[in-house]
Ligand binder design. Structure first.
Ligand code: PLP
Length: 382
């Protein structure tokens, strides 16, 4: 069944599955146990940390494993709320994932400002520089690397440099970037969060990188695990599977971006020609090679998704965790779409294994669905 919902979650990569199964046999012991088997499990854990840190470009001691980006966002905002001045205000990219937005609202209620975007959905670096040199710069900032709905890539390197120059803590949510584009440099941005299940690792396993100047950082966990930053027995098989999935992506996949971009672009051109009045969101921005936000001319997105599903094609109406929530997507609202328009957007997100014929088949299925849902004059069969 052609799967075009990788931004919601990706299938387990074969190497991650093999690693998880093997380590569940060989290294299921508690890495904190004072036994030789415990020490062996600890060695596997240390190796996974070193390997992952190497790809991210950070010292292993600044990398901790957790349950994913949602937990990571809460850890970071909780830390900021405890260590920044009581009146501190934080600045957020308005198109952050709900995991980040909700964590920010919880720890900084009424102390959030949203950053301005360009029409293409990018953070305006000129506005950021002006804000930083104003009398009231933000005390901390969060901007994601890649958007889960539109695929728009934010200039995180430049933002990290601006923040570093002003000693402003910066959180980058790399959940959709990791495994799709090279990880290099992400570990040096400051605070970084991600989830393994978006890049072929197991679910409920993720990572957090904290910056140099945060020696004081401690989740106040009371436990000695994860260098005393997160209490609870580490899941060594899942952590090793995360490291294996990331290594696999870095060593065998991320450099194939160009060819995958070609397939996505070809589909985009074909679908807007086939369905009159449809359009691609943020067409001119640099976007993930796998992600398309497609605005359809008529009929609510849920009906398009259901009809495609019946034909064996899985796409989505937007962020998986927002599906079913009342109201339009905040991402699409921030991009200037009306409520009516945002209800007509579907998200298509491919994976490394998606083939050219999968894309052709999706094009044919979507065109066929269009002939059922919209006036025939608006559909040109490819
Ligand atoms: N950030 C982004 C950009 C995401 O796409 C997601 C999941 O969709 C998350 C954070 C939350 O990840 P998790 O549910 O694994 O904690």
């Amino acid at each position: 069944m052609p799967y075009f919902d990788h931004n919601a979650t990706a299938p387990l990569a074969p190497i991650a599955r093999e690693t998880w199964l093997r380590l569940s046999d060989e290294a299921w012991h508690n890495p904190s146990s004072p036994t030789r088997d415990g020490a062996r499990a600890r060695l596997r854990l240390d190796a996974a940390r070193e390997r992952t840190a190497e790809f991210l470009g950070c010292p292993p001691a600044r990398l901790l494993f957790n349950s994913g980006a949602t937990e990571g966002a809460h850890t970071v905002f909780d830390h900021w709320a405890r260590t920044l001045p009581p009146a501190a205000r934080i600045a957020l990219n308005p198109t952050e994932h709900p995991a980040v937005l909700e964590a920010a609202r919880r720890h900084f209620p009424d102390r959030i400002d949203f950053l301005p975007l360009t029409p293409a959905g990018l953070i305006r670096l000129d506005a950021l520089a002006t804000l930083f040199s104003s009398d009231t710069p933000p005390s901390a900032l969060a901007v994601m690397a890649a958007n889960n709905e539109t695929g728009v890539l934010q200039p995180w390197r430049e933002i990290a440099a601006l923040c570093a120059a002003r000693h402003i803590p910066f959180l980058c949510d790399a959940t959709q970037w990791l495994g799709k584009l090279p990880a290099s440099g992400l570990g040096a941005t400051g605070w970084l969060i991600a989830s393994a299940h978006k890049f072929g690792g197991p679910k409920a396993t993720g990572l957090l990188v904290f910056p140099d100047q945060s020696e004081s950082f401690s989740a106040q966990s009371g436990g000695s695990q994860e260098n005393a930053h997160r209490a609870g027995t580490e899941d060594v098989p899942s952590i090793c599977a995360l490291a294996a999935a990331l290594a696999d992506a870095e060593q065998t996949k991320v450099f194939l971006e160009e060819s995958r971009l070609h397939l996505r672009n070809h589909f985009e051109r074909a679908i807007v020609s086939a369905i009159t009045g449809s359009r691609i969101l943020c067409p001119d921005a640099d976007r993930l090679w796998n992600t398309i936000s497609l605005l359809l001319p008529h009929v609510e997105n849920a009906r398009w998704v259901a009809k495609l599903d019946k034909r064996g094609f899985q796409v989505s109406t937007g962020s998986a965790c927002a599906t079913g929530k009342a109201g339009p997507s905040h991402v699409l609202t921030a991009l200037g779409l009306s409520i009516d328009e945002s209800r007509r957007v579907i998200r298509i997100s491919s994976g490394w294994d998606t083939t050219e014929s999968d894309w052709h088949a999706l094009l044919a299925a979507l065109t066929e669905v269009a002939t059922e849902l919209i006036p025939p004059a608006n559909v040109v069969k490819p």
